[in-house]
Design a protein around this ligand. Structure first.
Ligand code: SF4
Length: 361
């Protein structure tokens, strides 16, 4: 792991992105923004799994009108995602968003960009500017001789020049590609030249399984190099999966803690229990807990507790029975059917002892 790169701090509502602060986990609603209740319900669901910053699409005036109420009732700072129409950007600022995601190149000319910047400055709103490999303008590709990464960097540089010439520096930058290595390369090169905080993401990463793997590889490489100040794992489907995936990536790199880490063995010829189901049940049981516990679900009583000796609590299956262990020591033996309820009991006890909290699982 390399030390986190130095970036300038950008204030987004009550959050700070960059400046050595913890990597901020964000997501985007996929409800119709004009449906205020549906959007707020989703924001609450996302906050419950640890999302810290929420982005909503603002495609038209009706969506911009809904923003005021959404911002007022949202438990999270809101970013408005706007393309083409500077009036929507001004309306979003007026509605009280904490951040705007715009593309200064498609907002209708320098005067309009300046109007947005002035309003953002007056209201202390941060901006995110971004380049996506798929939509980088042809002129940059011509300049870079067809090199997509260099074209993205040229485009980002132009956008940043427009903003910084006006003295604006509350900027977060994103450089995304659906190609994992391209994302890694462009973010790495950018971070050697600029100190604006980076929003990481592999764009259009895919469905939950593939998208999580692709994001974990790309974002993992960057984060391990100390690059990245906020991230979104873009996945098709329920955005709560984006947040849980983001924390698994950050937890694996010891960058953030949230909830338990559940490990389970891959099983081998010694396993005589339905471990996959058991591991899934333990994951479901512990998924919403906020405590950074280390939990192990192991296939056999012979090697399980030893292999998982670092676990706060674990269970291991045997033939028709299983054991529960705490920090490598066996504390209970149970029949296979009773293993999960007994584990639950021990977990409640452990949380009470360790954190002084009564939990209902
Ligand atoms: S814990 Fe037991 S069943 Fe699981 S992989 Fe190790 S030896 Fe095999």
């Amino acid at each position: 792991m390399q030390k986190k790169r130095n970036t300038r701090p950008v204030k987004v509502g009550r959050l700070i992105i960059g400046g050595g602060h913890p990597v901020v986990v964000q997501s985007m609603t996929n409800t119709d923004t004009r449906n205020i209740d549906a959007t707020l319900n989703q924001i609450h669901d996302l906050a419950a799994v640890g999302c810290e910053l929420i982005r909503v699409a603002v495609p038209d005036q009706a969506a911009a009108d809904a923003l005021r109420e959404i911002v007022k009732r949202s438990p999270l700072p809101v970013t408005a995602d706007i393309h083409f129409d500077y009036r929507l950007a001004l309306a979003a600022i007026e509605a009280g968003v904490a951040k705007l995601r715009i593309n200064p190149g498609n907002i209708g000319g320098t005067d309009r960009v300046k109007m947005i910047l002035r309003a953002a400055q007056e209201n202390q709103i941060a901006l995110r500017v971004g380049v996506n490999a798929g939509s980088v303008h042809r002129s940059y590709l011509e300049k870079s001789g067809g090199d997509v990464v260099q074209a993205m960097l040229l485009s980002a540089e132009d956008q940043l020049n427009i903003l910084t010439e006006e003295g604006f520096d509350q900027i977060v930058v994103s450089l995304k590609s659906s190609d994992v290595l391209q994302t890694v390369q462009v973010c790495t090169e950018f971070s050697t030249k600029w100190d604006f905080p980076l929003h990481l993401g592999v764009t259009e990463a895919g469905t939950r399984w593939r998208g999580t793997i692709r994001s974990a590889v790309g974002l993992g490489i960057l984060l391990a190099q100390g690059i990245g100040d906020t991230l979104r794992v873009s996945l098709t489907g329920d955005p709560r999966n984006e947040v849980t995936a983001a924390y698994e990536i950050l937890k694996a790199l010891h960058l953030r803690e949230r909830g338990p880490v559940v490990i389970s063995c891959p099983t081998c010829g010694r396993c005589q229990i339905g471990l996959e189901k058991l591991a899934e049940a333990v994951e479901a049981l512990t998924g919403a807990l906020p405590y950074p516990l280390h939990i192990a679900v192991m296939g056999c009583v012979v090697n399980g507790p030893g292999e998982a000796s670092r676990a706060d609590l674990g269970l291991a299956g045997g033939k028709g029975e299983g054991i529960i262990f705490r920090e490598g020591k066996i504390i209970r033996k149970e029949t296979e059917n009773n293993l999960l309820p007994a584990f639950e009991e021990e977990l409640v006890k452990l949380i009470k002892e360790k954190y002084g909290t009564e939990v209902l699982l």
